[in-house]
Each structure stands twice: as structure tokens, then as C-alpha cells.
Design a protein around this ligand. Structure first.
Ligand code: NAP
Ligand code: NAG
Ligand code: NAG
Length: 292
């Protein structure tokens, strides 16, 4: 016991010291004057990210399909103190739009510091319906356009030592029922961006990639589509948006939000996959999902 304590106490002390010492603190000034693209920013978490960035004094370029909503976001960003605020509308089914958004950032600012990839196309929350075309389209919106934007933005991000933030989900790390097409696109993001991150490190390229693993968040879309199956209310979108920006500014590898609800299943995943599967099913009110 004595020996164990002699080893354990210094060890725990060392681990704690390392955790606190290595944790650089986030300061809102980190974003001041930074040039940031936020996709899917007409509503939900993306909209809230634009407002946080505006308060921090960043330049923002927001995109989505609905021009009227984007105009309101731009106006509010300027009100909140954005260094500048612009928008571009169109669907990310179109890879030309993905590239044009990055070109617009170059035209406006001559460079880019942060690329926040957040948009998703509409999908159903139900048993897989066998629609292969839907998956193809969703892969284009949720995955391929992320790749296309990254390819276009990398030269500017290399120049600025910038960051790429990829917004994903627990469904991009573990199997959750009723979201097969969505889940496929989110797993694809993990594969692509985790591989690319390794290459950037090997080549000493100073561009960080942060994969953000989100649990249930109370956005309008989530309230409408999934809340009837959830046993707990979603986490606040405002705080979620702030945590995403912080994790990118601190150049973290991955973000887990809300921390325990996301991190614990991931820790169980590789050790007891069947237990996690049943836990996941039991945490959903599956009887509320009627095959459509
Ligand atoms: N809410 C959650 O519980 C939750 C959980 C895990 C992960 N996430 C992730 O968090 C991110 C944001 O989610 P959210 O709940 O904030 O979503 P949301 O409120 O539904 O917002 C989605 C955004 O994407 C845009 N969009 C939709 N279709 C598009 C298209 N074809 N081309 C371009 N833009 C399009 C929407 O605007 P328009 O309709 O105007 O185009 C909107 O601005 C997503 O990556 C999602 O996977 C959310
Ligand atoms: C942008 O929105 C306007 C107004 O709703 C629309 O006329 C235009 O076609 C949209 N642009 C794209 C590229 O979808
Ligand atoms: C990488 O870029 C960041 C932010 O631009 C900067 O703070 C950091 O010093 C850079 N690191 C290296 C090794 O150049």
C-alpha cells in the first residue's frame, strides 16, 4: 500500500501538472482580425458561430442556400462588432460553389485564417429506406464539398498558419440507428481529415485540423427531427458554437461536446462494442420511430 501510494501520488501529480501546464488558455483576442469562412451559417450552430466570431472582432464570410436569412446574419454580425461581414448563397451540392466561396474570401481579404465546415443537407431520421441516390447526394453535400473547399483553401491556410474545423457528430464515430446516410457522410469526414492531418504533420505544414464530435444539440432542426426519440434535451447551441471556435483557435485535434455524453461512449467503443450498441439503443425512445 505504502509503495503503491509512493508511485501513484507522484504519477497522478505529474499527469495533472502536464494537463494544466500544456493547456493554453483561450482568449477572444485570438480571433480579432482573423478571416473566417463559416458554412451552413444561416441558422443553428453555424449562425451562433458567426455571432461569436463577430463579437471577437473577426472578418466573417457566411454561406448557406437561403439568401434572406444570410442577410440577417450579416447585419447582426456587423452590429455585434465584426471587422467585416459578407455572405454568399447557393447549394453545396455544387462543387463550383464550394470553390467560389473560397475565391470570394481571397478577393475580399487576400487570405484566410480559419475554414469552418459545418453545413449539412437535409436527411430523414428513420429506418434506412433503401434510397441509394439520397446517399450519393448527401455525400456530395456533407463530404465532397468539404474536401473541395479544403483543396481550394489550403494554399491560403498554409500561408497564414491557419485552421480547418470540421463539424461532425457522435454518429460519425459510432453506429447510431435511424441515421445511416448521415452517419456514412460523417464517418467519411473522419477518415479523410484524420488522414490529411497526418500528412500535414509529416510535411511540417502548419495547418491544424480539428474534428468536432457533437452530441445532441438543441437547434431548430434537431428539435424538429430527433427530439421525440431523445430522453434528454439537447445542449445549448450558443455554448456549443463557442466550444467549436475555442477548440479551433487552440488547434486541438478533436473536440467532444457535451464532453461526458460524447467522450464516455467513445471510450467504451473499442473495449465493449456490443455493450455500447445496446446502451445506444436503450438511450433512444425507439418506439417513437415509425417505419415510413
Ligand atoms: N444539432 C445537433 O443535434 C447536431 C448533433 C451532432 C452534429 N451536428 C452537426 O452540427 C452541424 C450544424 O448542425 P445544425 O443542427 O446547426 O444544423 P441546421 O440548423 O440544420 O443548419 C444547417 C445549415 O446548413 C445549410 N444547408 C442545408 N442544406 C444545404 C445545402 N444543400 N447547401 C449548403 N448549405 C446547406 C442550412 O441553410 P439553408 O437551408 O439556408 O441552406 C443551415 O445554415 C452539422 O454539421 C451537424 O451534422 C448537429
Ligand atoms: C441566391 O439567392 C437568390 C435570391 O433568393 C437567388 O435568386 C439566387 O439564385 C441564389 N444563388 C444561388 C447560387 O443559388
Ligand atoms: C503555426 O501557426 C500558428 C498560428 O498562425 C502560430 O501561432 C504558430 O507559432 C505556428 N507554428 C509554427 C511551428 O510555425
Amino acid at each position: 500500500m505504502g509503495l503503491l501510494l509512493k508511485i501513484l501520488v507522484p504519477f497522478v501529480g505529474l499527469v495533472l501538472a502536464f494537463c494544466f501546464y500544456s493547456k493554453e488558455d483561450f482568449k477572444p483576442e485570438m480571433l480579432k482580425g482573423k478571416r473566417v469562412i463559416v458554412t451552413g451559417a444561416s441558422t443553428g450552430i453555424g449562425e451562433q458561430m458567426a455571432y461569436h466570431l463577430a463579437r471577437m472582432g473577426a472578418h466573417v464570410l457566411v454561406t448557406a442556400r437561403t439568401e434572406a436569412k444570410l442577410q440577417k446574419v450579416v447585419t447582426w454580425c456587423l452590429e455585434l462588432g465584426a471587422a467585416s461581414a459578407h455572405s454568399m448563397n447557393g447549394s453545396m451540392e455544387d462543387m463550383a460553389l464550394a470553390e467560389d466561396v473560397v475565391k470570394e474570401a481571397k478577393r475580399l481579404w487576400g487570405g484566410l485564417d480559419m475554414l469552418i465546415l459545418n453545413h449539412i443537407g437535409y436527411t430523414y431520421f428513420n429506418y434506412f429506406d433503401g434510397d441509394v441516390e439520397h446517399i450519393r447526394k448527401l455525400l456530395e453535400i456533407n463530404f465532397l464539398s468539404y474536401v473541395a473547399m479544403t483543396v481550394s483553401a489550403l494554399p491560403m491556410l498554409k500561408e497564414s498558419g491557419g485552421s480547418i474545423l470540421v463539424v461532425s457528430s457522435t454518429a460519425g464515430k459510432i453506429g447510431i440507428p435511424f441515421v445511416a446516410p448521415y452517419s456514412a457522410t460523417k464517418f467519411a469526414l473522419d477518415g479523410f481529415f484524420s488522414s490529411l492531418r497526418q500528412e500535414l504533420i509529416i510535411e511540417n505544414i502548419n495547418v491544424s485540423i480539428t474534428l468536432c464530435i457533437l452530441g445532441h444539440i438543441a437547434t431548430e432542426t434537431a428539435e424538429k427531427t430527433v427530439s421525440h426519440v431523445m430522453q434528454k434535451p439537447g445542449a445549448p447551441k450558443e455554448e456549443c458554437a463557442l466550444e467549436i471556435i475555442k477548440s479551433g483557435a487552440l488547434r486541438k485535434r478533436e473536440l467532444y461536446y457535451p464532453y461526458a455524453a460524447v467522450r464516455i461512449p467513445l471510450l467504451i467503443r473499442d473495449w465493449a462494442p456490443e455493450f455500447l450498441d445496446s446502451l445506444t439503443r436503450n438511450r433512444l425512445n425507439v418506439e417513437n420511430v415509425k417505419r415510413s
